[in-house]
Design a protein around this ligand. Structure first.
Ligand code: AHQ
Length: 233
């Protein structure tokens, strides 16, 4: 894709948001990737991130409902079945349930939300609210955190295989599918963002929404860390 100088500057601004505040740098993820988390902390993270996974299709449906362009909707609607599944394809939410079962969190404990901490709920609900209330190109831009996800997925998969051998490998399917899916998602979201965030105001809105989404992912880990990795007082 040949980019104008303005578009190159815009992409640079988006990437600077991630390099500054994507959750790969969060202390909880650093400890996860270094093999320093207890099984209880891993289970707490899986149970809380499940709520995020269940709300992604709701968020993407909100984007669709705000988008008047058929050709854009045709390209975005796969994100719902990618998570919810469809005939013959279990989908990412089911794969996350299997991750939970592999880590020792039964299906019903994920589904009934008993482990969900308030900070995670509020952060995830803020993401859905952003998709419902912001112009659809801005909400699309907020998903560009996935520009920075593949490296994190690779490190996480390596960490689970190396440091958390008590988790059977059949639980890792979710991480493996995201390795490629995140790149496909971010390629399509970036193309839409460059095409439809074409004014200085919309570009600033996209940068602000991406920064807000990084804060959402960050504060989720703050809440999980506080609950499952109590620091010595
Ligand atoms: O598993 C993740 C996922 O399904 C999505 C959807 C996407 C979006 O629409 O915002 N973002 C996202 C992310 C997932 N996993 C996170 C992780 O660290 O495991 C990363 C996250 C993202 O980078 O936004």
């Amino acid at each position: 894709m040949d980019l104008s100088q303005d578009q190159q500057n815009f992409v640079q601004r988006l990437k600077e948001v991630g390099s500054r505040s994507y959750h790969d740098q969060h202390p909880f993820h650093r400890r996860m990737n270094a093999g320093q988390l207890t099984p209880e902390a891993i289970r707490g993270w899986v149970a809380n991130r499940f709520y995020y996974q269940t709300q992604i299709p709701i968020k993407d449906a909100a984007i669709l409902s705000n988008c008047p362009l058929r050709e854009v909707r045709r390209g975005w609607i796969y994100r719902i079945t990618e998570h919810d599944g469809t005939q013959g394809e279990e989908g990412g939410i089911e794969a996350w349930i299997r991750l939970g079962e592999a880590c020792g969190v039964p299906r019903e404990e994920l589904l009934d939300g008993r482990h969900l901490v308030p900070g995670v709920r509020f952060a995830v609900d803020a993401y859905v609210n952003l998709a419902r209330t912001q112009p659809w190109p801005i909400a699309v831009a907020s998903s560009l955190t996935e520009l920075f996800a593949p490296d994190l997925m690779a490190k996480r998969l390596e960490a689970f295989q190396t440091h958390y051998s008590w988790v059977p490998s059949w639980g890792f399917d979710y991480f493996k599918r995201r390795l490629t899916q995140a790149r496909k998602d971010s390629d399509s979201a970036l193309a839409l963002t460059l095409r439809y965030c074409s004014t200085p105001e919309m570009q600033q809105g996209a940068v602000d929404a991406l920064s807000f989404k990084c804060d959402i992912l960050w504060v989720m880990l703050d809440a999980i860390d506080l609950k499952y990795c109590p620091q010595p007082s």
